[in-house]
Write a protein that binds this ligand. Structure first.
Ligand code: OXD
Ligand code: MN
Length: 582
C-alpha cells in the first residue's frame, strides 16, 4: 500500500468500479516477476522459449486483432476541441469519461488488479516524471518492469513528490469494437481499454512519455520528443550526443545502436535511448536530455546480424517476444533474422510462406537497455546528456537529400514540421502512403501542432546555446526502385559530417533549402556507392522543391489561425530563394 492519500483513494475508486478478485501492489522485485511469469506460463499467456540458448526468454502471442497502435481509436480529450488540434482525434472529456466508465464497470471480475508505480527517467533526476498504471494484465506488468523504473523506488518518489500521472488500463475482452485509448491532458490522466498491445497498454511509453508529457512539457518549458539519443565517441575520447526524430519503424533503434564501418577504428557509439527523449535547457544554455525509458520495445523483423548486431546480442537472454515465429529448436524467429528456419508462425500455426510471414511485421522484443552492448551508462545520469545536434529524418523515396543543415533554429523548426514519411506497420492501416509526420510526432503530440510549433519556436528565448538542426533521408530510391544509400552502419559517415560541422571543421554550402555538405567532406572511403549516386543524393531540384514548398504551405495552413506566423515567414524565405535559383 501507500501513504499517498490520492493514490490510495484512486485505487479504491477504480477497484470499486472494476471489481477485481485481488489487488496487487507491484514492488518490481525479482520474485514478483518470477511469480507473474510462472502464472502466465500456466495460463498460456507466455510460452517458454529454448531456455538453454535463450535463458529467461518468453513468447507472447497476442490476439490477432490486437497487434499495433490504433490511431483511429486514440483520443485527446481536452475541454476545448481546438486545444487537441487537427492532428488529433478529439472527444469531449465528459463524454469520454462516461464511455470509459461503462466499459470499466465490472471489467476486472475474476482478475487481479495490479498497481504499478513507475518512474520515467532516472529515478533521481529532476527531469524525470512518475506515474501509476493500474492494469489487469500481468503481461503489462512484466513489460513495464523492463521498460520503466518500476516498483518500490518509484513509489517512494511519488510519496515524496506527492503527484503522479494516473493511467488506467484493462484488456477488457480485446474486442476491437470496444477499444479506446483516451488521454485527458488537463487531468494528467490516461484511460485505455480493450487492447494489450504495447503502444496501447504500456501506458508509460507513448501515452505518458509522449502524449501527456508533451502537453506537460509545454506548460513547464521543456520538450518531450519521439527521438533516439545516441552518443558518438571519437578516437580522442570526445563524445557528442545527437537526438534524432524518425517516424515509427524507420530505423531509430538501428541508428541508436549503430556499429560504425571498418574504416572507423577507434570510434564508439553509445546508446542512451531508441525512442523517446525529454529535453530541457540547462544552466549552460544547452539542451540536456534524458531517455525516460529503461528498455527497448523494438520491431523484431529486419533485426539481423548485418542490420543491428547490437540489438540481436541484447535479446539473447531476458527478453519478451511478442508475435514472432519459432524455429524447430524453439528459438524466436522473424523475417530478416539471417539464421534459423521457422516452423511455427506468430499465430502458433505451422509456418507456410504462402499463408504469410512467420513473424507479424510489427512483432516486437522487450528487453532492458542494460543488455545492449552499446548501452551508455549516461542513460542513468541525473542531469541527462548535453545535446550537440538534433536530426530530423523522414522516409522519402524522392526529392529529399541525404543530408541538409537548417539555416537557423526557426528554419530547423520548419524542417521538423515539414517531415513526411510513408506509413509503416507500427499502426493499423494502409502501409506505404505518404503523410506529413511533423517531428515524427503526428501520432504522439498531445495537443494542437500549431501550439507545439510555437512552443518549439519559443526555445530561442529559453536557451542561449541551442543545438543546430539537421535533416537526413536514408530512404532515397533510384529509377529502378533501389535504395541509393546503404544505410545502417554506413549512416555513421553522415553523423561524422554532422559532428565535424558542429566543431567547425567542415563548412556547408548554402542552398535555398538549407546547408548542403560538400561531397569531399563526407568520408566515403570503403563505401560501395558510386560518385554519381552520391552526387545525386546531395542535389537540390529547385522546381520539384518549389512544388514541395507549396504542399508544405497547404499543410501548415490547414492549422488555421493558430499557426505561428514565423512558420510561413520561414517557408516564404525558402520559396523565394528557390524562385531565384530555378
Ligand atoms: C513505437 C512506435 O512502437 O513508434 O515506438 O510505434
Ligand atoms: Mn516510436
Amino acid at each position: 500500500m501507500t501513504s499517498n492519500e490520492i493514490l490510495k483513494q484512486w485505487v479504491k475508486e477504480v477497484s470499486e468500479l472494476t471489481r477485481p478478485d485481488n489487488i496487487h501492489w507491484c514492488t518490481g522485485s525479482a520474485e514478483e516477476n518470477k511469480q507473474l511469469i510462472d502464472g502466465m506460463l500456466e495460463t498460456g499467456d507466455f510460452i517458454e522459449l529454448n531456455q538453454d540458448k535463450n535463458p529467461n526468454c518468453y513468447l507472447h502471442r497476442s490476439d490477432p486483432s490486437d497487434v499495433a497502435r490504433v490511431e483511429h481509436l486514440t483520443f485527446i480529450c481536452t475541454s476545448e476541441e481546438e486545444d487537441a488540434g487537427p492532428n488529433n482525434l478529439w472527444m469531449d472529456p465528459v463524454e469520454a469519461k462516461a464511455k470509459m466508465r461503462d466499459l470499466y464497470a465490472g471489467c476486472m471480475q475474476g482478475r487481479t488488479l495490479y498497481v504499478i508505480p513507475y518512474c520515467m527517467g532516472p529515478i533521481d533526476s529532476p527531469l524525470s516524471r512518475c506515474g501509476v498504471e493500474i492494469t489487469d494484465s500481468p503481461y503489462v506488468v512484466v513489460n513495464m518492469r523492463i521498460m520503466t523504473r518500476m516498483g518500490s523506488g518509484a513509489l517512494a518518489r511519488i510519496e515524496h513528490e506527492g503527484h503522479f500521472i494516473k493511467g488506467l488500463h484493462s484488456v477488457g475482452e480485446l474486442d476491437p469494437e470496444r477499444r479506446f485509448i483516451m488521454h485527458f491532458p488537463e487531468d494528467l490522466m490516461i484511460q485505455s481499454f480493450g487492447s494489450g498491445y504495447g503502444g496501447n497498454a504500456l501506458l508509460g511509453k507513448k501515452c505518458h512519455a509522449l502524449r501527456i508529457a508533451s502537453y506537460q512539457a509545454r506548460t513547464e518549458g521543456w520538450l518531450a520528443e519521439h527521438m533516439l539519443i545516441v552518443g558518438i565517441e571519437n578516437p580522442q575520447g570526445e563524445t557528442h550526443y545527437i537526438a534524432g526524430a524518425f517516424p515509427s519503424a524507420c530505423g531509430k533503434t538501428n541508428l541508436a545502436m549503430l556499429i560504425p564501418p571498418a574504416e572507423y577504428e577507434g570510434w564508439k557509439v553509445w546508446t542512451v535511448g531508441d525512442d523517446i527523449c525529454w529535453m530541457q535547457p540547462g544552466e549552460d544554455g544547452r539542451l540536456w536530455a534524458v531517455n525516460p525509458e529503461a528498455g527497448f520495445f523494438g520491431v523484431a523483423p529486419g533485426t539481423g546480424k548485418s542490420t543491428n548486431p547490437n540489438a540481436l546480442a541484447s535479446i539473447e537472454t531476458d527478453a519478451i517476444f511478442t508475435n514472432v515465429g519459432v524455429t524447430a529448436e524453439n528459438q524466436p524467429w522473424w523475417e530478416g533474422k539471417d539464421d534459423g528456419i521457422p516452423v511455427t508462425d506468430w499465430h502458433g500455426n505451422p509456418y507456410d510462406p504462402d499463408v504469410g510471414p512467420a513473424a507479424h511485421p510489427n512483432s516486437r522484443f522487450t528487453v532492458s537497455m542494460k543488455r545492449c552492448p552499446s548501452y551508455s551508462d549516461k542513460a542513468e545520469a541525473q542531469r541527462g546528456v548535453p545535446i550537440s545536434a538534433i536530426v530530423f529524418g523522414g522516409r522519402r523515396e524522392r526529392l529529399v537529400p541525404l543530408l541538409m543543415k537548417s539555416k537557423s533554429w526557426e528554419h530547423g523548426v520548419l524542417l521538423g514540421a515539414s517531415m513526411a514519411s510513408e506509413t509503416t506497420a507500427a499502426n493499423i492501416g494502409a502501409v506505404g502512403v505518404v503523410r506529413r509526420d511533423p517531428m515524427a510526432m503526428k501520432p504522439f503530440c498531445g495537443y494542437n501542432f500549431a501550439d507545439y510549433w510555437a512552443h518549439w519556436l519559443s526555445f530561442t528565448d529559453r536557451a542561449s546555446n541551442l543545438p543546430p538542426v539537421f535533416h537526413v533521408n536514408w530512404f532515397r530510391k533510384d529509377e529502378d526502385g533501389k535504395f541509393m544509400w546503404p544505410g545502417f552502419g554506413e549512416n555513421m559517415r553522415v553523423l561524422e559530417w554532422v559532428i565535424n560541422n558542429i566543431k567547425g571543421n567542415v563548412e556547408s554550402r548554402d542552398t535555398a533549402i538549407g546547408g548542403m555538405p560538400y561531397l569531399d567532406d563526407i568520408n566515403t572511403s570503403g563505401l560501395d556507392t558510386d560518385k554519381q549516386t552520391l552526387e545525386a543524393l546531395l542535389e537540390v531540384d529547385a522546381e520539384a522543391w518549389l512544388a514541395e514548398t507549396e504542399q508544405i504551405r497547404e499543410y501548415l495552413q490547414s492549422y488555421g489561425e493558430r499557426l505561428p506566423d514565423q512558420m510561413l515567414v520561414e517557408l516564404d524565405k525558402v520559396a523565394e530563394a528557390l524562385k531565384e535559383t530555378s
